[in-house]
Design a protein around this ligand. Structure first.
Ligand SMILES: Cc1cc2nc3c(=O)[nH]c(=O)nc-3n(C[C@H](O)[C@H](O)[C@H](O)COP(=O)(O)OP(=O)(O)OC[C@H]3O[C@@H](n4cnc5c(N)ncnc54)[C@H](O)[C@@H]3O)c2cc1C
Ligand code: FES
Length: 256
């Protein structure tokens, strides 16, 4: 798929709390097609200490308005600088990067944790466009770690799991009453221990499963080899061959 490098204009910003915010970015002309699970590499402006672009999933796409939205968690200096960006600013992005999720299955479960919730909104909409309502299970330490909640409701059955019980059921997503063997496909993005637990469950119960890995990245296009995962076919660049992988290719990763 062709990659672009484009200046987008920030046309919307929503701050949920001190950790999470969204930026809505307008493309100067028609947006190309973007698969759920693909990501952008954002140039962080105005901070000389942040030389490398930062990888961020595409949270939402509006092809009519030619906008895309990023859901960002403040993790360090780059994302903190992005959190200070205001409407009207310009952000340069390389996009759409990586391979996204397949849109397969009829009884579908999406499992997101923390900032890994980001790619699941676009994924939910892709399923809804096919007439499939997925079950969407979102988890975090507490309610403030699940900033996007109502946005999912039009597209599926939504459940929440928080470790402190401040939203939905208390506990991990894998302990939630919706986390069962009732599905033929599971898609997941979030912290690595969560994804491994979900993937192992899917493997054990012969349910097809795709995980979206968030390895540290630099170039984002397969040139620097800093993002490799130990797949069953050898080391693979997560930025180019992923970030989405079928767990059939990751039995070594799952066992680590
Ligand atoms: C394909 C992909 C998609 C992503 N999508 C999103 C998204 O939609 N929303 C979002 O908020 N974040 C996302 N991330 C994570 C995001 O890229 C990092 O949080 C960000 O690069 C950190 O940059 P920083 O300068 O703020 O932090 P730094 O100052 O560089 O580092 C601060 C801390 O963050 C950790 N960190 C840095 N990079 C990553 C990473 N890739 N994964 C986990 N921890 C990291 C560092 O180890 C360090 O502890 C994604 C990562 C990848 C690879
Ligand atoms: S980030 Fe450079 S090869 Fe993946």
């Amino acid at each position: 798929m062709k990659k672009y490098i484009t200046d987008f204009t920030v046309v919307g910003k929503h701050v949920f709390n001190e950790s999470y915010f969204t930026l809505t970015l307008k493309h100067p002309s028609k947006l190309p097609e973007i698969a759920a699970g693909q990501f952008v590499e954002v140039d962080v402006p105005g901070n000389k200490a942040v030389m490398l672009r930062r990888p961020i999933s595409i949270h939402d796409v509006d092809p009519e308005k030619n906008t895309l939205t990023l859901l960002i968690q403040v993790a360090g200096k780059g994302t903190r600088t992005l959190s200070a960006i205001e409407e009207g600013a310009t952000l340069n992005m390389v996009y759409p990067l990586g391979h996204g999720f397949s849109i397969a299955g009829e009884r579908v479960l999406l499992v997101g944790g923390g900032a890994g919730i980001a790619p699941l909104l676009h994924l939910s909409k892709c399923f809804a466009a096919k007439g499939i309502r997925p079950t969407i299970l979102l988890g975090g330490r507490s309610a403030s770690y699940i900033p996007v909640q109502k946005e999912f409701e039009p597209y599926g059955t939504v459940g929440f799991a928080t470790e402190d019980g401040t939203l939905g059921e208390r506990g991990m997503v894998t302990q939630h009453s919706l986390f069962t063997t009732a599905y033929d496909h599971i898609y997941t993005c979030g912290p690595t221990p969560m994804m491994k637990a979900v993937a192992r469950f899917a493997q054990e119960h012969h349910i097809a499963c795709e995980v979206s890995l968030e390895n540290m990245m630099a170039c984002g296009i397969g040139a620097c080899l800093c993002c490799v995962v130990d797949s069953d076919e050898g080391h693979k660049c997560v930025c180019k061959e992923g970030p989405v992988f079928n767990i059939n290719r990751l039995t070594r990763w799952m066992a680590q």
